[in-house]
Design a protein around this ligand. Sequence first.
Ligand code: GAL
Length: 394
Amino acid sequence: MLFATKVGFAQSLPNKPVTADHKPSKLQAGKSSETAKEKQSFNPGETWNDTGHVPINAHGGGILFFENKYYWFGQFMVGGDAGNSAQVGVSCYSSENLYQWENEGIALKVDESDSLSDIAKGCILERPKVIYNSKTRKFVMWFHLELKGKGYDEARSGVAVSDKVSGPYMYVNSFRPDAGTWPANVKHYHKKPVSIDVKSAYCGGKGCLPMHPDSLNLLGRDFKKGQMARDMNLFADDNGSAYLIYSSEENSTLHISKLSDDYLSSGGKYTRVFANRYMEGSAMFKRNGKYYIFASDCTGWEPNAARSAVADSIFGSWTELGNPCIGADSALTFHSQSTFVLPVAGKKDAFIFMADRWNPKNAIDGRYVWLPVQFKNERPVLKWSDKWDLSVFK
Ligand code: GAL
């Protein structure tokens, strides 16, 4: 299979029950020359144990730095291929130094008692990210949500909140963002009636759309219901504004949407970027006043060549800077897909590229690829390193 489309992949998931083992047994802990307590380096692609000697289980994750601690949230995967759907929920780990991570438990639990719940066990709950709202003093989690048994058709954003950083998070709601709103860069043809030949769903993969998304007017098609939102990320700017970045229009186009002041909804202002470029795995960061984005191509769980882009303002215009990876396996992002860029606290110009090496046949054994972001002529560069530490940052 060249690539797993959203719909195609979901339909191939076997419907067998999976044991939701909340904590992987110590037997699953990988071999490591250092114990978790001694660990003082990053070893991309290797098993990474928490302080309890159990592999960290936080896939498609992101990190929040809060009161001198890092909190890593991610998808808690279980074994086997059905482990790609949410059997447990969103995990949380904490760390003071980024090498050693303590398991803080499950921050957002799937609903085991109500199979009709939006977040029923077996739904697809991907790429959770948490930001802190200093006005409401709430921690706000967003994630890509697909209702149980519906493949990747719903393409919703889910929101949960907590008063405490590590949770428990309470599910608030889920929706298609930006319903009834045109983007800042809407074109006149988006507002024209949508042809009845335009299907309500395409396969969600590259090559599924017969034409450019603008010719089909997928934006207009979804205007009332809200825009499709699959792979997503959050970006909190230094002025308190926060943004949702999501793969929309059958994955063909990224949308960047400003969140409401409480961060609980899309706030009515958004823009379309990289139309027809099929960007997934977006991860935004800010350096020297400029906004950067890493992303992947759209090939399901299979790795592909990463993308990078820069803009002076978050709503664009964005300029693509090409594949940031160099060296062996750079065309496959070192067999991984971007999930987040972490600014290292207290250091200037220090950013960590975080990516997932997916293992769709045994989801729990997905690995983490963390690499330092280097800059050459103002372009971000990612170079493989078997072992590195924070001293690479000046
Ligand atoms: C990837 C995406 C993952 C997951 C997967 C399913 O493209 O980045 O988050 O949705 O597809 O096939």
